[in-house]
Write a protein that binds this ligand. Structure first.
Ligand code: ADP
Ligand code: MG
Length: 568
């Protein structure tokens, strides 16, 4: 099918979209339009962002709306106010030449009265966020008992924003006889779950290139302050002594600077960028290919000419703006059945960019804690000992020298001897990491809008907990967050301030998870101790449970939660 005319869509609609500059259907539209005009079966449709999914469901739905009836015939759920407004405007544009089509837009964070007035006038299509939609259904302002279509747009995002309960409730109150359409860029397991739960025997359509990078790649990120980026890079390199990888930077300048600093710090690294002559580039690439060079610091453009793909690690010193670039970079590792790791160093403001990449990738990028000095020293030490153990000894060659060596070292016993050998190699790590600070960010990232910043003050809605383990049991902030995630089985709980004392600690979490925390920490053990967590009475709760659960507030709260402390 080449044209909109061939789909059988109403000419008035086609006229409107051609005025919008739509010449022919996009691949996903080509698949869904005839399907939805013909079949009544539920549908999951997957296509990347920006491929025209709104028209992919909007046009065929519009084509089947009965303008004579004022009843709501289609409900479209979408995660944010902005998206709702956008979808609603898009559909208004498509229906420009149709008579009597009314579209209501209902979202949280704005007065419900205006929206109710809109609903009272009657609308055939309602577009809304799950929370407000549920609210207005309960208040009997929005009636969905006659809908023929229920669309879940960006369902993955709705779940990420914590709308699961609302979504469940809306879906449960929708009539049996309807067509449910799920449109998404990715198909994470939670989406399959929703599809299985709420959709009858459904078909799946996907269009365009698959949104995935290589299969064997672990995607990880480290969150720190922007000024600590280089230090974090060092720690990562130090905790992977056998790394063979590329550090990607955005600009030539960064590339040069990062490489210079690495070389200065004793790493086996070199820069590859456009300012080098062809001969210099060839030289560097050759050394890297032969693995004489462990770390290549490169721009995307310069690395393009490099045919090395068996890297252990790809490090994004900065995350690229275009998710495709990320996918391309990370595709250089995890090849040929080997596993690889793609690491991104980010600060709070880059979290949304990371989210974007996750979406395109169709995989979670897991947060890792920046290793502590001690952890790195342990790793390095182990690697060194391992190397010493595995070193081949050429008896014949070394024999003649042994007598003098024995004589020189005779005053050292075996234990001291080992200490000396190890220290010779290892002192630089010990001294560098002595009293090394924790580079992780635990506070809420500072990238939220004004509204949520305000919220973040005293009324941040955090509950303070007391826990009966502390630094004596090697509890660190990262460990504690790990425990919270592990015990609750949830990744997205917002963790606030953490204070660790010798034998106990305090931590703050999003007050809505109070019960989850209490439940999760019951009857669990940590290093042989029966862990108990209770709500701290020492300091009064910093916030109350958000009452009324206003969606606008929740939205920003959610966002932050997602961005917080999700250590893997
Ligand atoms: P998605 O929901 O898949 O991310 P959208 O539906 O928002 O994508 O569409 C992305 C952009 O593509 C919009 O600006 C839309 O107007 C435009 N678009 C959609 N369909 C077509 C088409 N058939 N031809 C040209 N542009 C289109
Ligand atoms: Mg969309």
């Amino acid at each position: 099918m080449q044209t909109f005319e061939e789909t059988g869509i109403n000419p008035q609609i086609i006229k409107a979209v051609s005025e919008l500059g739509f010449e022919k259907p996009t691949p996903i539209q080509e698949l869904t339009i005839p399907y939805l005009l013909e079949k009544k079966k539920d549908l999951v449709a997957l296509a990347q962002t920006g491929t025209g999914k709104t028209a992919a469901f909007g046009l065929p739905i519009l084509n089947q709306i009965n303008p004579e009836s004022g009843k709501t015939q289609a409900l479209i759920l979408s995660p944010t106010r902005e998206l709702c407004v956008q979808i609603s405007n898009d559909i208004k544009n498509y229906s420009k030449y149709l008579k009597n089509i009314r579209i209501a837009t209902i979202y949280g964070g704005a007065s419900a009265e205006k929206q109710i007035a809109e609903l009272n006038k009657g609308c055939q299509i309602a577009v809304g966020t799950p929370g407000r939609v549920l609210d207005l259904i309960k208040r009997k302002k929005l009636k969905i008992n006659n809908i023929d279509f229920l669309v879940l747009d960006e369902a993955d995002e709705m779940l990420d924003m914590g709308f699961k309960d609302e979504l469940d409730a809306v879906l449960a109150s929708a009539p049996e006889e309807k067509q449910t359409l799920l449109f998404s860029a990715t198909m994470p397991p939670e989406i399959s779950k929703i599809a299985r739960k709420y959709m009858r025997d459904f078909d799946e359509i996907s269009a365009g290139e698959k949104n995935t990078g290589a299969e064997n790649v672990n995607h990880q990120y480290y969150l720190s302050k922007a000024k600590d980026r280089f230090k974090v890079l060092k720690r990562i390199l130090d905790s992977h002594p056998d790394i063979y990888g590329i550090v990607f930077c955005r600009t030539r300048r960064d590339t040069k600077e990062v490489a210079d600093r690495l070389i200065e710090n004793g790493y086996n690294a070199e820069a590859l960028h456009g300012d080098l002559s062809q001969a210099q580039r060839d030289f560097v690439m050759n050394r890297f290919r032969r693995k004489h060079l462990q770390i290549l610091v490169a721009t995307d453009v310069a690395a393009r000419g490099l045919d090395v793909n068996d890297l252990t690690h790809v490090i994004n010193y900065n995350i690229p703006e275009d998710p495709k670039t990320y996918i391309h970079r990370s595709g250089r590792t995890g090849r040929a059945g080997k596993s690889g790791t793609s690491i991104s160093l980010i600060h709070s403001r880059e979290l949304s960019g990371l989210k974007n990449i996750e979406k395109k990738l169709g995989k979670k990028i897991k947060r890792k804690a920046v290793p502590s000095g001690r952890e790195i020293c342990e790793k390095q030490l182990f690697s060194l000992i391992d190397k010493i153990e595995k070193t081949e000894v050429d008896e014949a060659q070394i024999e003649p020298f042994m007598p003098i060596i024995y004589k020189k070292l005779s005053w050292l016993n075996r234990e001291d001897l080992i200490k000396h050998f190890v220290s010779a190699e290892f002192n630089r790590f010990l001294s560098y990491y002595k009293d090394a600070p924790d580079l992780n960010i635990y506070e809420e990232p500072d990238n939220t809008d004004k509204q949520s910043k305000k919220r973040r003050g005293k009324e941040s809605g955090f509950t303070r907990f007391f826990i009966n383990i502390g630094s004596k049991k090697k509890l660190s902030p990262a460990k504690l967050i790990g425990l919270i995630n592990d015990f609750t089985g949830m990744r997205d709980i917002d963790v606030g301030k953490i204070d660790i004392m010798k034998t106990f600690a305090f931590f703050e979490v999003d007050g809505r998870y109070e019960d989850d925390i209490l439940r999760a920490f019951k009857g669990v053990k940590y290093k042989g101790i029966n862990v108990s967590a209770e709500i701290s009475k020492e300091k009064k709760k910093t916030g109350k449970r958000t009452s009324g659960r206003k969606k606008s507030k929740r939205k920003s709260g959610r966002k932050k939660r997602n961005q917080n402390n999700n250590f893997a």
